[in-house]
Write a protein that binds this ligand. Structure first.
Ligand SMILES: *Cc1c(COP(=O)(O)O)cnc(C)c1O
Length: 470
């Protein structure tokens, strides 16, 4: 079969190969890249995977997406290296909660959130491709917490990349700040902006919009719309299914704490490749635009409300556009029109019948902070186990929306409880401890610059740093 190319969800950007999609992020027409077709797992692959380790399965599942852009041996080595950074030999260990409900622990990477699963690999792919091209880039990003530390850990000490991460001064938790600012790598630069997360995001957008600066510094991004991140997340839907069924064809259900929709869209990809998934539960907190959309077909933007699960405090879930593209029969012009209407009016409804495609497998649940706290407390009382608030949203929604008790339900556990110690302690009275590799986090020296919320100040800081004036 011919090699995969990638097309934009808005149908008006050039078709690209994997390496270009990796570095491009967003498509030139404002859309997101998706594979031009979904590859199929080969007959018997799932059963064969039952006897294999995570990195070997990952290499095989992702190979059709990268073939032609990288040598097979090199790719296998990068994948093995990426998952060797996890503190569990299984990479994604499982916990049995009883009644056929399981936790898939996605937080065993260096920064304790599931973003490491994708970013540890994407950082290595980035570095490999840039060296091959003999290029350097400056990665700039804004973070409200988890993404910044995962990106920093993935890109630290890489010769071809400088990374600048902007966070709102005083508005991220101390654990989150220290996970970013204690990384002593010469190519890592933390900037605390005297403003909000939205101010940080606006500054990053302004840096990208400044064409002279963007070209001079070769700006790049590793944000959640990057296709390679979705690709790496497809893998654990496959390994989870194999783990619970031996790959004999029986289905599994997944509940996914959802923000930008990248994680659950990866599950859709796994299903399209032939993984038997009978149900996706899209779990939201009080910011429930997705729940409302999936139940009514109408998407209406509201104010972002702060909750106990801040990594899901999002109103516009960028990766939903990838699912809309499928729901619209891969009609890029229709998706472009839909997104333009949403942007102009703040509300949009999909045509009647379009969501029928999702009726069989998709459900959604909204979980407020009180329910989140109750679930953390209840599980701790019953089993002695601590879970973080994002995982608790997923578990609560899973129990409410479960369609078939005979099908194993996998709740994706997206963060370590010690990443959100205040919420966990408030629910249980127990303060979760950081794992050994971060036990001295509060003793490590921090390094970051505090700057005014001012475009010229930030731009000059980046220029001066790269020119060695600091
Ligand atoms: C990023 C994040 C999410 C949301 O994932 P999406 O792919 O954006 O839907 C959920 N939980 C945690 C802990 C996260 O860091």
């Amino acid at each position: 079969m011919s090699r995969l190319t990638y097309v934009s969800t808005r149908g008006a950007a050039p078709e690209l190969g994997f390496a270009d999609v990796l570095l491009a992020g967003l498509a030139r027409d404002g859309g997101l890249y998706v594979p031009s077709r979904w590859p199929s797992l080969t007959v018997g692959a799932l059963e064969r995977f039952a006897g294999m380790g995570y990195a070997d399965v990952a290499t095989e599942v992702m190979w059709p997406f990268v073939e032609g852009a990288i040598e097979a041996d090199t790719f296998a080595a990068l994948v093995a290296d990426a998952y060797a950074t996890f503190d569990s030999p299984e990479v994604v260990p499982f916990t049995d909660l009883g009644d056929g409900v399981w936790l898939a622990e996605l937080f065993h990477g260096p920064t304790l959130a599931f973003k490491d699963v994708a970013l540890q690999l994407v950082g290595r792919l980035f570095d490999h491709e840039l060296r091959r091209r003999g290029e350097r880039v400056t990665v700039v990003g804004a973070t409200s917490g988890d993404t910044g530390s995962a990106a920093i850990e993935a890109l630290r000490d890489r010769d071809a990349v400088d990374v600048f991460i902007l966070h709102p001064a005083g508005r991220v938790s101390e654990v989150q700040r220290r996970q970013m600012t204690t990384v002593a790598a010469p190519n890592v630069h933390n900037v605390a902006v005297e403003g909000t997360f939205d101010d940080c995001q606006d500054l990053v957008k302004a840096l990208f919009a400044d064409e002279a600066f963007r070209d001079r510094r070769h700006l790049s991004a590793v944000n959640s719309i990057n296709w390679a991140r979705v690709m790496a997340q497809v893998v654990y839907y496959v390994t989870s299914t194999v783990r619970l069924t031996g790959g004999d064809g029986r289905p599994v259900a997944f509940s996914v704490p959802t923000g930008n929709f990248g994680n659950v869209f990866a599950g859709y990809g796994a299903q399209r490749m032939g993984t038997p998934v009978s149900q996706f539960v899209v779990a939201s907190n009080r910011n429930d635009i997705l729940t409302r959309f999936l139940t009514t077909g109408t998407m209406t933007i509201g104010e972002v409300q702060p909750t106990l699960s801040p990594s899901m405090d999002i109103q516009v879930s960028s990766n939903l556009e990838r699912l809309l593209f499928e729901v619209y029969g891969r009609d890029g012009a229709a998706v472009a029109e839909l997104m333009a209407r949403f942007r102009a009016e703040g509300t949009v409804s999909v045509d009647a019948g379009r969501l029928d495609l999702l009726a069989e497998h998709w459900s959604a649940g909204r979980v407020d902070d009180a329910q989140t706290t109750a679930t953390i407390a209840e599980l701790h009382q019953r089993t002695g186990r601590l879970i973080d608030p994002h995982t608790a949203v997923g578990l609560t929604a899973a129990l409410e929306a479960r369609a078939d008790e005979r099908v194993p339900m996998v709740v994706l556990s997206t963060a370590h409880p010690a990443k959100f110690p205040d919420a966990v302690e408030a629910a249980t009275g127990v303060r979760p401890a950081l794992p050994p590799h971060l036990a001295d986090l509060f003793d490590r020296p921090e390094r970051y610059e505090v700057v005014a919320n001012d475009y010229d100040v930030v731009r000059r800081l980046i220029d001066d740093t790269l020119d060695g004036a600091r």
